[in-house]
Design a binder for this molecule. Structure first.
Ligand SMILES: [Mg+2]
Length: 408
């Protein structure tokens, strides 16, 4: 089982001086990319992978970060918290973490607020050894040449040199990408005024206490004017992904008829593995489920959410996640008046799919739906999505030939 992580900590304190007048009054992570603050896009990428506690480490112009944090949960529509920790003075990246030590979970992801590395976060959790002496795992980018970056070297999965100068023409290298998973004990290696990289990570690496995960994936640092300009088109292009839409009952769990409690929930063989496969290949995974059992009074919305949390926890055990979900509690023959409605969300109508297609940057042409009824396929067809009828058996075996590599 891989460790469960529910917190992301984001460094937002940088002055952004390389961007000149752009960041004179706006913190770099709040600069707009494709019409939204970059930080909002970064947090959306984190939250869709199941992380629901966000902690922003801020210093410069922290009022703007505070306003941003307060508005974000409603804007993104996730059941999430966004907290702030303000450094007392310019404490450096390590000092910022040290000052926030009381707000840290035992395990937390850490991100630079001005860059994006598109790696599946669960893979980083998988890379962290159980040995508590290992303080963290770093996502490492593969580059053909070191260029201006410090090089990280790995030995048996452990980092043995952090940010060393590479010889010119040394060939392919690994560099730190600013995406980490840490134990809270990282704080013991930091001080009120220090650099995470030079003071913390370099020392921990020399002690063999950092794991490294070489990864490929899109990377961009908006801290350089040319790259900030490229971000406007490249980031939206890279976030446009195909989606795997899944019906729930009969696809994710066996359809025992109106499953509204955990004791009646039974995984379909290969369902978790199919979702993990789609996650790794870079698909959004969305659930679209008719829940007329709520309208008929068999169970409540709270019961439905308890089952949803059970699914989420079961997926997290193997490092899989559902990005977003829509359910339709309405039915024309509802016993409960509040749910008596002919809803355009109820399959075979496509409302739930259309809502997700509006909400997320989906490549509809390469997307697909897997359902176990004709009404699922009708909803997919009405939304312009290819539909596939699952007749039972192992879901992973069923989806494997339908999915293709999407990561650029
Ligand atoms: Mg079904």
């Amino acid at each position: 089982m891989i460790p469960r992580v529910n917190q992301a900590v984001i460094l937002c304190g940088g002055l952004g001086s390389r961007l000149g007048s752009l960041t004179a009054s706006t913190p770099k992570p709040l600069l707009p990319v494709d019409g939204r603050p970059f930080l909002e896009i970064l947090i959306e990428e984190i939250a869709r992978q199941g992380i629901r506690r966000i902690l922003l480490l801020a210093a410069f112009a922290s009022d703007q970060v505070r306003d941003f944090a307060a508005a974000l949960p409603a804007k993104l529509g996730f059941d999430m918290t966004v907290e702030l920790a303000i450094e007392p003075d310019r404490a450096g990246t390590g000092g910022a973490i040290w000052h926030a030590r009381e707000q840290l979970d035992d395990l937390f992801y850490l991100f630079n607020g001005d860059s994006w590395f598109d790696v599946p976060l669960a893979e980083l959790a998988r890379a962290l050894p159980a040995d508590p002496a290992v303080v963290g795992a770093l996502a490492l980018r593969r580059l053909p040449e070191a260029g201006r970056y410090g090089v990280v070297t790995l030995s048996g999965g452990r980092i043995d040199q952090f940010a060393a100068k590479a010889e010119a023409g040394s060939g392919p290298v690994l560099v730190n990408a600013g995406v980490y998973l840490f134990r809270r004990t990282l704080v013991d290696a930091l001080s009120p005024l220090c650099s995470l990289e030079q003071d913390g990570l370099a020392v921990l690496a020399a002690q063999g206490r950092l794991a490294g995960l070489p990864a490929d994936g899109y990377f961009l640092d908006i801290g350089i004017p040319d790259d900030y300009a490229r971000a406007q088109t490249e980031i939206p292009a890279h976030r446009r992904r195909p989606a795997l839409f899944l019906d729930r009952d009969g696809v994710i769990n066996l359809d025992h008829g109106h499953v509204g409690s955990i004791d009646r929930f039974e995984w379909v063989a290969g369902a978790r593995e199919a979702i993990l496969r789609a996650n790794r290949l870079g698909y959004y995974v969305f659930v679209v489920t008719n829940q007329a059992g709520i309208a008929k009074g068999y169970y409540t919305e709270a019961d439905y959410r308890a089952v949803k949390a059970h699914v989420r926890a079961g997926l997290a055990e193997i490092g899989a996640h559902i990005d977003d979900e829509r359910f339709c509690p309405f039915h024309v023959d509802a016993a409960i008046e509040a749910y008596r409605r002919d809803s355009d969300w109820r399959k075979p109508a496509p409302g739930m799919l259309l809502d997700l297609l509006r909400r997320w940057p989906v490549d509809a042409g390469h997307s697909l739906l897997v359902g176990d009824r004709d009404s699922d396929l009708a909803a997919a067809a009405a939304a312009g999505i290819a539909g596939h009828l699952f007749g039972g058996g192992n879901l992973d075996d069923f989806v494997k030939p339908l999915l293709t590599e999407t990561r650029a």
